[in-house]
Design a protein around this ligand. Structure first.
Ligand code: NA7
Length: 543
């Protein structure tokens, strides 16, 4: 099928599989599908590899999953690569992608600066005609979208933003050649992972930094560490076990919680477990304490209270401390994604760093010189929009994807995403998505998901080829059943109690639905492979 063919007036290249996106998910697909003998191309909107690590080059951007969890588990890759820190920054991650590229010879099949803008399914040839920027077209028998959870950034519709005379950027569209904060007055809007990370860098050089907080972030101690070669040589002796554990773990990590409820142990034991997890750092305090912290409100409150004490101990001004870590939790602990911090809370003790609580003094407008809240106007040279993403579905729905039933994907998902197994959707045959809605996505470490869900995709595509299936498509019945399964799992957790991007609730007008599969990676994969064993139940196959 890898041939050029006349299509109207244009010669359109034909391939077996088009992969969209060159982050962890897309590169894994390229590598594995090529090994299986498919003709594959990757279209990537950015100028370089890494997906999110290409775009998110703002000062301080760094991963909050630790090493060696946040890398590919392929031995031929990790044996020759060493990191400098337990939680590497975007520059080191980019170097890692360059290394992976060299080892696996990936770039020759990647078209950079090529943003996919549309795709239309052609029923006669059972293939997708895909459009990319500047009129490029390609015909692919199958399309695998690996656009990640953060392909569509979100800037709130602030009145007056166009009038601002200073410089402003969204964190995900940061200038690739950087921006100097030295001596500048910087305003940061948003306190998710990006806002926290920008503050930690901006405060080093800026004359003054103001953080505009709507909802306090429940940030956890990163416990960053430098890593040397010797330490990693020692760590590598256990990598095979670590990666086995990662595959079998709820969130694709190597973090295991106690099988006890937080409420069945003594106060002393509870504090000990919390403290031990806190000292381990990273997401240990999120998912490595008691099994029921994200399920039971009482247990959850205990975790919140522990966290709150940690914050209050570091912030000198009790009023500021209360704004950052209020007595009444803004939402249950951990059901909105925590961020990791190094000195975020300490910075509020410094003269040149201040906090504006937008719940008390709402943002009215952006002015020519700065930001106006109900308390008055403050002037800035630089405004940082750390305001997040139209997560998971946004990146897919911004592409004009036309299926077989006269509807675009955007129209189909207008009232909520519907999928079978979080990998495919009815009316859009021969199309799969890695890290898509209703699959583990944001509840799972990225590289783990890229490999585990990715392996299932590769098997699916290989099976379809071997069985000469021209067209496979999720059924609506299967979607309804997956949706009911998602609802039933969600009802046993506390995730529905926060206005998070997990719930689609950070974007005005976006349907409220849990976008991640809440049953854990194991249960998820079990169902994917059960479908496979049953001849791909939930899919219609046509030869
Ligand atoms: P997040 O985590 O979605 O954070 C966005 C922040 O922007 C959050 O604090 C929002 O407050 C705030 N926000 C959004 N809209 C507004 C308006 N209109 N006014 C004021 N503040 C606003 O995005 P990040 O980029 O930090 O992180 C995304 C993920 O990347 C993160 O979870 C990690 O997985 C890595 P809100 O909480 O909605 O009140």
């Amino acid at each position: 099928m890898n041939q050029n063919k006349r299509d109207g007036r244009n010669a359109v290249e034909e391939i077996d599989v088009l992969v969209v996106g060159a982050g962890f998910g897309g590169l894994y697909q390229l590598h594995q599908l090529r090994k299986e003998g498919f003709s594959v191309k990757v279209y990537e909107a950015g100028a370089g590899l890494g997906g999110i690590w290409h775009w998110n080059c703002y000062p301080g951007a760094r991963v909050d999953s630790h090493i060696p969890i946040y890398e590919y588990s392929m031995e031929n890759l990790w044996e020759g690569w060493n990191w400098s820190e337990r939680f590497p920054d975007w520059q080191e991650l980019r170097r890692y992608f360059e290394y992976v590229d060299k080892k696996l010879d990936l770039s020759k099949d990647i078209c950079f600066n090529t943003r996919v803008t549309g795709a239309e399914f052609d029923e006669d040839s059972n293939s997708w005609l895909v459009q990319a920027g500047d009129g490029l077209q390609i015909r692919a028998h199958r399309v695998v979208f690996c656009t990640g959870f953060a392909a569509k950034h979100y800037v709130p519709d602030f009145e007056g933003l166009d009038d601002f005379k200073g410089v402003w950027h969204h964190t995900a569209l940061w200038p690739q050649d950087g921006l100097d904060f030295k001596g500048k007055r910087v305003g940061i809007i948003g306190t998710g992972a990006s806002g926290v990370q920008v503050l930690q860098e901006a405060a080093k050089d800026a004359a003054q930094v103001t953080v505009f907080q709507r909802t306090p972030i429940l940030a956890l101690a990163m416990q960053q560490k430098k890593l040397d070669k010797e330490t990693q040589l020692e760590m590598k002796k256990h990598y095979l076990d670590t990666y086995k554990l990662r595959r079998e773990n709820f969130g694709g990590f190597d973090i295991i919680s106690s099988d006890k409820s937080a409420m069945e142990v003594s106060e002393e034991e509870r504090q000990e477990v919390f403290e031990a997890s806190w000292q381990k750092g990273g997401f240990n305090f999120w998912s490595g304490t008691f099994w029921d912290v994200l399920l039971n409100e009482e247990s959850n409150l205990k975790a919140y209270e522990f966290w709150r004490k940690k914050v209050h101990a570091r912030v000198n001004d009790p009023i500021v401390a209360e704004q950052l870590a209020p007595l009444t939790p803004p939402h249950p602990f951990g059901v909105k994604r925590p961020s990791l911090e190094q000195n975020y809370y300490d910075l509020f003790n410094e003269e040149h760093v201040s906090l504006v609580n937008l719940k008390e003094t709402p943002l009215k407008k952006i002015t020519a010189n700065g930001v106006k809240t109900s308390a008055g106007e403050q002037e800035f040279d630089i405004l940082v929009m750390a305001t997040g993403f139209d997560a998971v579905t946004g990146g897919l729905m911004q592409i004009d994807i036309k299926g077989t039933r006269g509807k675009t994907l955007k129209e189909k998902w207008e009232f909520g995403a519907r999928t079978h197994l979080g990998v495919a959707t009815a009316g859009f045959p021969n199309m799969l998505f890695v890290y898509g809605p209703q699959s583990p996505t944001g509840f799972c470490n990225g590289p783990t998901c890229a490999e585990e869900q990715g392996d299932w995709m590769v098997k699916c595509l290989t099976d379809m080829r071997e069985n000469k299936v021209q067209r496979f498509e999720a059924t609506e019945d299967a979607e309804e059943s997956w949706n009911r399964h998602m609802d039933s799992l969600l009802s046993k957790t506390l995730f529905g109690k926060a206005d998070s991007w997990y719930m689609g609730a950070n974007i005005p007008g976006k349907p409220r639905q849990l976008l991640m599969y809440p049953g854990g990676l194991q249960l998820y994969l079990m169902q994917c492979y059960e479908s496979t064993s049953a001849g791909y139940s939930g899919f219609m196959l046509n030869k």
